[in-house]
Design a protein around this ligand. Structure first.
Ligand code: ATP
Ligand code: MG
Length: 286
């Protein structure tokens, strides 16, 4: 079987990358897929927080029970770990199961220095293909249908590893003129990446987020995105929902809410439709 891979990416903070990875991940499990989420977005561990796992991860770190962790897969440390405990256990220890369904490889403070460490690697292929090599050798055989990677909101050696490794990019955008500029910059970024490294990376999904459906302006921006990205636009925009924000703060996605508001309900439906489109699109590319 093929494990599909996608990553959230936009050279900008706060548009909903982590929210989208968490919700698409849960939506995919609701649709019956086995999903692994990987947090490369930084030591603050936002994806783990969103899924209610970060307190435990922090405790493990404090108790020195954080070995191996995501930062160890990027250098020789990983080979030593595999030599010591064996491949099966090494990978098992990296992955945690979350209550809402997806498995998770959480962030780690070691991610902080990773960008600089990768920067010391001379050869570009060597520098940028490490995540890809790790996923191919250690994760692809594990039976996951989809791997989703949350990347930092900037272009660096870590996000380049993400782009190199995946079949497609998910880009959450807010509705506004600045956002469409960002999306154009993204298109250029991906083109540069393709040309420089001859790596096929596709914009799989432009995901309009925090959509206020009551305003005419938002609808106009949405139409603009639809025109600009006819193949990549997500089938359903994600409504702005206070419930999403509140749920995130208590370590849950909108799918875990027992009494979802109308907007949270609509967000769930939208994420389900978008998750389904995502696997279709990635499947065509892979
Ligand atoms: N549809 C939505 N409705 C309401 N709030 C949302 C929605 N999507 C995201 N948010 C909120 O917006 C904020 C930013 O979202 P998120 O953390 O997912 O963005 P990000 O792109 O991962 O940011 P960063 O670049 O800092 O990692 C969070 O407080 C989140 O709860
Ligand atoms: Mg984030």
């Amino acid at each position: 079987m093929v494990t599909l891979r996608a990553a959230s990416f936009l050279d900008k903070g706060g548009t909903g990358k982590t929210t989208s990875i968490a919700h698409l991940g849960v939506a995919l499990t609701e649709l019956g897929h086995d999903v692994l989420l990987i947090d490369l977005a930084g030591k603050q561990g936002d994806l783990g927080k969103h899924l209610g796992e970060w307190e435990q991860v922090k405790e493990d770190i404090a108790n020195d029970e954080d070995w191996p962790n995501i930062s160890t897969v990027f250098d020789d440390t990983w080979n030593k770990i595999v030599d010591t405990v064996g491949e099966q256990e090494a990978v098992d220890k990296l992955i945690i199961e979350t209550e809402e369904g997806p498995d998770l490889i959480p962030a780690h403070p070691g991610l902080d220095s990773l960008d600089a460490e990768l920067g010391n690697v001379d050869d570009a292929t060597e520098r940028y293909s490490r995540l890809d090599a790790f996923l191919s050798q250690y994760i692809d055989g594990r039976g996951y249908d989809v791997v989703l990677v949350d990347l930092p909101g900037l272009t660096n050696n870590v996000s380049y590893n993400g782009l190199w490794a995946v079949d497609g990019v998910i880009t959450p955008v807010e509705m506004g003129p600045f956002e469409s500029e960002q999306a154009d910059a993204l298109r250029d970024d991906l083109e540069t990446f393709r040309d420089r490294f001859d790596v096929e990376v596709v914009l799989a999904m432009v995901l309009p987020n925090k959509m206020d459906t009551r305003t005419k302006l938002a609808s106009e921006y949405l139409e603009e995105f639809e025109d600009q990205y006819p193949d990549a636009i997500a089938p359903e925009p994600i409504p702005v929902s206070q419930d999403i924000r509140n749920a995130a703060n208590s370590g849950q996605t909108a799918f875990a809410l027992e009494e979802p508001s109308t907007t949270a309900e609509r967000a769930r439906e939208a994420f389900l439709a978008d998750a389904e489109a995502l696997v279709d699109r990635l499947g065509e590319k892979a």
